[in-house]
Design a protein around this ligand. Structure first.
Ligand code: B1M
Length: 221
């Protein structure tokens, strides 16, 4: 099989949620020296975008989204160590979670993988994370950054609820707040008072490093 055929196969089989075939193709790609990021960005992610488009048109329903997501997760399980393997030195700590009311986690997990690859220690709180859990975990781990992911327009308001909870606990200024997820925009992030927004995983990593650097250099010695 050529690299193009493997990428096309990843797209086609993720679309219909054929998890065993997706795993086989990922393994075949790796055996053939196909770049893991290419499999991700040219095959797997575009396929999930098409799943979303079909859902919007009413051609797909929740079960189809679910099996496509499972196929993607199987691929990520194999790719995770390769995407994260850079030997980067420790740059900071990050507490990350999908906000309350929201169970989407593929995008969040991808950001986590990239953060770990860039040298962050990541505490992943999972999905449907309540504001009080974020507060408690920030108090426990004292991270440089907390990241809130939301994938639904109905759960994006939890960013503000989380920031309010940090303020109430007196820890808002101790931590950099980053937000992201498919429906989120820079404008929305500014409106809720987040310190940073990134549209994708690699920008999220660059921005996190940047914000930490700025914060550290602003602190008088
Ligand atoms: Co749902 N879903 N879903 N879904 N789902 C979307 C998000 C949707 C856009 C589909 C659509 O209509 N086109 C739509 C939301 C519409 C909206 O509100 N604007 C939607 C809906 C409506 C729903 C339900 C309400 C459906 C229903 O029940 N009627 C329901 C909600 C459940 C809930 O959360 N309470 C639901 C359920 C599900 C499944 C469980 C079936 C499944 C999720 C499985 C899982 O995650 N484990 C699912 C899926 C798979 C999707 C789509 C198809 C794919 C999401 C995905 O994984 N994308 C999605 C359609 C789409 O996105 N086009 C859709 C790939 C991923 C790599 O991208 O998530 O954007 P993304 O992550 C990116 C960036 O956003 C960014 O980096 C990531 C990597 O580059 N990023 C950050 C993410 N977090 C970040 C944090 C940062 C910075 C960047 O800083 C902290």
């Amino acid at each position: 099989m050529t690299h193009e055929e493997i990428i096309q196969g990843l797209y086609d089989h993720t679309l219909v949620g054929n998890a065993p075939e997706v795993r086989d193709l990922v393994n075949q790609g790796l055996a053939d020296d196909l770049d893991p990021e290419k499999m991700l960005y040219d095959g797997l992610i575009p396929s999930l975008e098409e799943v979303g488009a079909r859902f919007e048109r009413g051609d797909f329903f929740v079960p189809e989204m679910l099996i496509a997501a499972r196929a993607m997760q199987g691929a990520l399980d194999i790719l995770r160590p390769l995407l994260a393997e850079t030997g980067a030195k420790q740059v900071g700590t990050y507490v990350m979670g999908t906000v309350k009311g929201d169970v989407h986690d593929i995008g969040k997990n991808l950001v986590n993988i990239m953060l770990e690859g860039a040298g962050f220690t990541v505490y992943d709180l999972g999905v449907n994370v309540a504001p009080e859990t974020f507060v408690q975990q920030i108090q426990e781990h004292s991270p440089d950054v907390v990241g809130f992911s939301a994938f639904l327009t109905t759960t994006m308001p939890m960013f503000k609820a989380n920031i309010n909870a940090l303020e109430k606990a007196g820890i808002r200024d101790d931590v950099i707040v980053m937000v992201g997820g498919a429906p989120v925009t820079q404008e929305y992030a500014d409106k809720v008072g987040a310190d940073g927004y990134a549209p994708d995983a690699s920008t999220a990593v660059r921005l996190a490093k940047d914000l930490i650097e700025r914060k550290r250099s602003a602190v008088p010695a």
